[in-house]
Ligand binder design. Structure first.
Ligand SMILES: *[C@@H]1O[C@H](CO)[C@@H](O)[C@H](O)[C@H]1NC(C)=O
Ligand SMILES: *[C@@H]1O[C@H](CO)[C@@H](O)[C@H](O)[C@H]1NC(C)=O
Ligand SMILES: *[C@@H]1O[C@H](CO)[C@@H](O)[C@H](O)[C@H]1NC(C)=O
Ligand SMILES: *[C@@H]1O[C@H](CO)[C@@H](O)[C@H](O)[C@H]1NC(C)=O
Ligand SMILES: *[C@@H]1O[C@H](CO)[C@@H](O)[C@H](O)[C@H]1NC(C)=O
Ligand SMILES: *[C@@H]1O[C@H](CO)[C@@H](O)[C@H](O)[C@H]1NC(C)=O
Ligand SMILES: *[C@@H]1O[C@H](CO)[C@@H](O)[C@H](O)[C@H]1NC(C)=O
Length: 465
């Protein structure tokens, strides 16, 4: 009897372990951003999320239409307190209670709300005053949940990698000194006490694209390459950039006395398109990255990272859709797994079970080397005229003789139109400043072209590498 009991206990123990790891492994979620004016309705979106076989969904607000569409599905849901409310909530428990009462209570538990994120990338916001209100707001939201008898919902906040001032080598991971003691330390204490997660946005695309000569593309795409990096202090060996970035965070938390806080990948992904000067943003790389990272997230047993081998990394892929109203460079509008019409940008299986060989061949990557130019920078058709005029005079005030040819009598003065002059000025500005990090953006008023807009004796300067 005695002898029989031991294997039974072991069996039972293994069973419990496999249940609890199954709870996290194999469950990749998706970020459902809504910054588009052409996106499917919430109920259609929920169907698409299910077709993608996502098990979790994260939204950037608490849109009641979406929460209603998610009712009685098996999708676990992460909702968000908007950034604008953090300052007020941080000093007003009544307001926190009210927010939970009107945004969580009506949908809980029939919508599986499990994560409540307070703000988005708050510690990257230029306005510092909000940084110091973040943790007080998180505490008040947690308290409000408790008041309403909701204990299953974890409270956190997603951060960008710029919360670290050093991430290399990973063992040197260190939080920024302007937030380390005042914000991060109390936050880690809160996350530890409430058994929550450190939510982090991890994009290998950004470090790689800003330094593609020194960082191997395959290493950034989690491809099986021969490239490895061994951290001289920890002795840990890395096979991809993603693990390096996550471990930098883990070492930074450890440095502040919290070695065990779980990490949640709040966003990760790769753009399938971008501007001419945005290297490596293509369907090929986006498909490879997301398939590889999903394989990693869903591996059984879990792989973890060199600093935390075997530990599950729960995750949300960014993003469900290409979102056409996001500001910034074109890559920002091309992170979607789906086009706004609901069709796939490339085949993807969020369960990670589909063998590589069953995917159709991908289009070749055509921009994995920097585009040498020339590229011209034009004023967008239909852009706000007042704003274009302001941008025009800014561009002309920069550099050397930037706008001489569009002065009366100059070779590009005619046609004397605002759009034409602005396009000349944007191109002339960018041709001088691209190498120094200048961009063809002008607050979203500009667009790149590789078709030479010159005419007659009017020659538009083009930006070159
Ligand atoms: C914050 O509170 C102040 C004072 O009560 C109020 O005027 C303001 O509108 C509130 N801000 C937001 C975003 O609700
Ligand atoms: C706190 O929020 C409540 C609810 O919005 C509001 O009525 C009250 O005036 C706020 N208190 C302070 C001190 O701003
Ligand atoms: C380690 O991080 C500190 C700042 O936190 C930085 O000053 C130092 O240069 C880093 N060390 C290395 C080897 O990069
Ligand atoms: C890795 O190295 C081996 C031996 O040097 C070589 O045969 C192989 O092609 C390399 N693999 C990759 C992906 O570079
Ligand atoms: C959906 O949109 C994409 C991108 O605009 C396009 O290539 C594709 O043909 C469209 N699919 C359908 C079914 O309309
Ligand atoms: C156009 O731009 C100007 C200046 O930037 C701004 O004040 C104005 O509100 C804008 N108009 C519209 C319709 O967006
Ligand atoms: C403008 O011309 C001056 C003098 O020739 C030169 O020193 C400066 O670097 C130039 N500036 C730009 C932006 O080309």
């Amino acid at each position: 009897m005695q002898l029989g009991l031991v294997p039974l206990l072991i069996l039972l123990f293994c069973f419990i372990i496999s249940i609890s790891s199954a709870e996290f492994s194999g469950k990749v979620g998706v970020n459902y951003g809504q910054l588009g004016n052409n996106l499917p309705s919430p109920s259609e979106s929920v169907k698409l999320i299910q077709t993608l076989k996502a098990k979790r969904v994260k939204i950037y607000d608490a849109n009641p239409k979406i929460l209603k569409a998610l009712q009685n599905t098996d999708l676990q849901v992460s909702i968000m307190v908007p950034n604008e409310l953090i300052n007020n909530i941080s000093s007003n428990q009544t307001l926190a209670d009210q927010w939970v009462r009107s945004n969580v209570v009506p949908f809980y538990p029939h919508t599986l709300i499990r994560y409540l994120l307070v703000g988005n990338e708050i510690l990257s916001a230029p306005d510092k005053s909000i940084w110091f209100n973040l943790v007080p707001a998180m505490r008040k939201i947690k308290h409000a949940l408790k008041t309403h008898g909701i204990t299953k919902v974890k409270v956190g906040t997603p951060s960008a990698m710029d919360v670290l001032e050093s991430s290399f080598p990973p063992s040197n991971g260190t939080f920024r000194s302007d937030i380390s003691g005042s914000v991060i330390k109390p936050m880690l204490k809160f996350l530890f006490k409430t058994k929550s997660f450190f939510f982090i946005d991890v994009y290998t695309y950004f470090p790689w694209s800003s330094d593609p000569t020194n960082i191997d593309l395959g290493y950034a795409l989690l491809e099986p390459t021969n490239v490895t990096y061994t951290d001289p202090v920890s002795g840990l060996t890395y096979h991809n950039l993603f693990d390096q970035m996550v471990d930098a965070l883990i070492f930074a938390m450890k440095r502040l006395g919290y070695p065990d806080i779980r990490v949640w990948i709040a966003e990760t992904g790769w753009p399938s398109g971008g501007d001419y000067d945005q290297i490596g943003a293509n369907i090929h790389n986006a498909a490879i990255y997301n398939r590889n990272v999903i394989k990693k997230f869903t591996a059984k047993p879990p792989v973890g990272t060199p600093a935390r081998p075997g530990v599950v990394l729960p995750s949300f892929i960014f993003a469900l859709y290409n979102e056409n109203t996001k500001p910034g460079p074109s890559t920002e509008r091309n992170f979607g797994l789906l086009y706004p019409n609901g069709s796939n940008v490339y085949q993807i299986d969020l369960t990670g079970r589909m063998p590589e060989s069953e995917f159709k061949a991908l289009p070749p990557a055509t921009n994995n080397k920097p585009y040498p130019g020339p590229i011209w920078c034009l004023a967008k058709k239909g852009a706000n005229k007042t704003a274009v005029a302001e941008a025009l005079s800014y561009a002309c005030s920069q550099g050397n003789k930037t706008c001489d040819p569009i002065q009366p009598g100059g070779k590009c003065f005619k046609p004397n139109s605002l759009a034409q002059h602005a396009s000349y000025a944007f191109s002339a500005y960018w041709a001088q400043f691209r190498k120094a990090g200048g961009s063809c953006n002008f607050g979203g008023l500009a667009v790149q072209t590789i078709k030479d807009p010159s005419y007659g004796s009017c020659k538009f300067p083009g930006a070159k590498l």
